[in-house]
Design a protein around this ligand. Structure first.
Ligand SMILES: *[C@@H]1O[C@H](CO)[C@@H](O)[C@H](O)[C@H]1NC(C)=O
Ligand SMILES: *[C@@H]1O[C@H](CO)[C@@H](O)[C@H](O)[C@H]1NC(C)=O
Ligand SMILES: *[C@@H]1O[C@H](CO)[C@@H](O)[C@H](O)[C@H]1NC(C)=O
Ligand SMILES: *[C@@H]1O[C@H](CO)[C@@H](O)[C@H](O)[C@H]1NC(C)=O
Length: 376
């Protein structure tokens, strides 16, 4: 199973102290009752209908009650369920693992600047030390042990590519650790689809998610890793609050509040994250990374996935599809990114998460059935 709560990559790169004030209790949507639930269901009008559903990588128990019946029914009634990756295929997991590794014979210590390596090592030692105290009684009750969890997430870190280590470091915070152990929504849906003996499939290949991340160049990766470490270091020192937490994310999801996160591309862009305290050359690097990811992980991916969705719909006109893709920022990231931990009651180690912003996926389908947004 996996991870969740992760700070969106772009944000983690651009982090930079943009503290958020509003932090609702327990991720509940304060503005609405359960009668006005979120809806991340889009219907593709045809006969039988097909659907897009926006998922999220947080423990499904945190959001399940806020998902309206119509979405659950659409899932149950669909013949075929498609995810971004085939989460139930062991190949997916092994391919992900190897894609994250440095070339044979290389080690992080050989690759990273000495200062960064030393800080990384120190930070991971800190995390390992803190892990037992971060875990909840509930997690321990389920047999999840700190050592096990640490190894599941960070074991073998010296062999990982710097970009993956950077992402890993981001997912090793107290809040995120606390949410491990319950399947994230995507995984839960995949398990349900299996249990209900639905046909399942994937629109992406592991390599398609993994390679773009490996495509950042060295100076960009070092910048990102450095920024990530700086953030974690000030977190440790108590002088910094993570600007965007899993709780915020859950709340936005439960509120059906896609717009504040996704549609708001322009305002969520770089200038907001990068404030005047970042030196000019670093701001430029951050911007380059941002646009690289937008291009590779959002636009190109949306197009590719959109094409595949369209092909499927055309090829099987009388099947009802349910496409479950990521809907919110952490899910701007591919499944592969957030899939670093396993938990012992999860039969498929390593598995998943997900994503492309749903808001854009349908847009890539302009020439085919126009998905209409059905907010109930
Ligand atoms: C930039 O971030 C720092 C740290 O949070 C903050 O003190 C400062 O006011 C911010 N500057 C601007 C221009 O937003
Ligand atoms: C990395 O890419 C950026 C932007 O394309 C470029 O300016 C920089 O020179 C590259 N650095 C290296 C080490 O290739
Ligand atoms: C890390 O970032 C800080 C602050 O931006 C900078 O002063 C330092 O030189 C960077 N270190 C490396 C190894 O890039
Ligand atoms: C799909 O529709 C065609 C004709 O419209 C029909 O012959 C075929 O049996 C249908 N297949 C399924 C799986 O319903």
């Amino acid at each position: 199973m996996v991870h969740p709560g992760w700070v969106c990559l772009l944000q983690s790169l651009l982090l930079l102290a943009r503290a958020r004030q509003s932090r609702g209790p327990a991720g509940a949507c304060p503005l609405r009752g359960k009668s006005e639930l979120n809806s991340f269901l889009w219907t593709i009008k045809r006969d039988p209908p097909s659907y897009f559903f926006g998922t999220i990588h947080v423990p499904y128990t945190r959001v399940w009650d806020f998902i309206p019946e119509n979405s659950k029914k659409a899932f149950q009634q669909s013949h075929v369920v498609y995810f971004e990756l085939d989460l139930t295929d062991p190949y997916t997991i092994s391919a992900l693992t190897s894609c994250q590794l440095l070339p044979q014979g290389e080690n992080l210590q050989d690759v990273l600047p000495r200062d960064i390596y030393r800080r990384l090592k120190r930070h991971l030692e800190y995390v390992k030390l803190m892990m037992p105290s971060w875990m909840t009684p509930d997690q321990r009750g389920k047999g999840l042990y700190a050592d096990y969890l640490f190894n599941a997430i960070a074991g073998n870190w010296e062999r990982k590519r710097p970009v993956w280590v950077m992402l890993m470091v981001n997912s090793l915070t107290e809040v995120d650790i606390k949410s491990r152990g319950v399947p994230v929504l995507d995984l839960y849906l995949a398990q349900e689809a299996e249990r209900l003996r639905k046909q399942t499939g994937a629109v992406e290949k592991v390599e398609e998610q993994c390679h773009p991340l490996n495509g950042l160049n060295f100076s960009q990766v070092i910048f990102a890793l450095n920024q990530t470490l700086l953030q974690q270091e000030s977190l440790r020192a108590g002088s910094f609050q993570i600007p965007y937490t899993t709780e915020d994310l859950i709340k936005h999801y439960n509120c059906g509040d896609l717009s504040s996160i996704i549609f708001n591309h322009d305002t969520s862009q770089v200038p907001n994250f990068i404030n005047a305290t970042l030196p000019a050359h670093e701001r430029i690097t951050a911007q380059e990374i941002d646009s690289y990811f937008r291009q590779e992980l959002i636009y190109k991916r949306n197009e590719r996935m959109g094409r595949r969705v369209k092909d499927l719909l055309e090829e099987y006109p009388n099947r009802s599809f349910f496409f479950a893709f990521g809907a919110v920022p952490p899910t701007l990231l591919p499944v592969s990114v957030s899939s670093m931990a396993t938990s012992r009651w999860n039969p498929s180690p390593g598995a998943m998460d997900d994503s492309v912003p749903l808001a854009q996926t349908p847009a890539a389908l302009t020439s085919s059935p126009t998905p209409s947004c059905s907010h109930y």
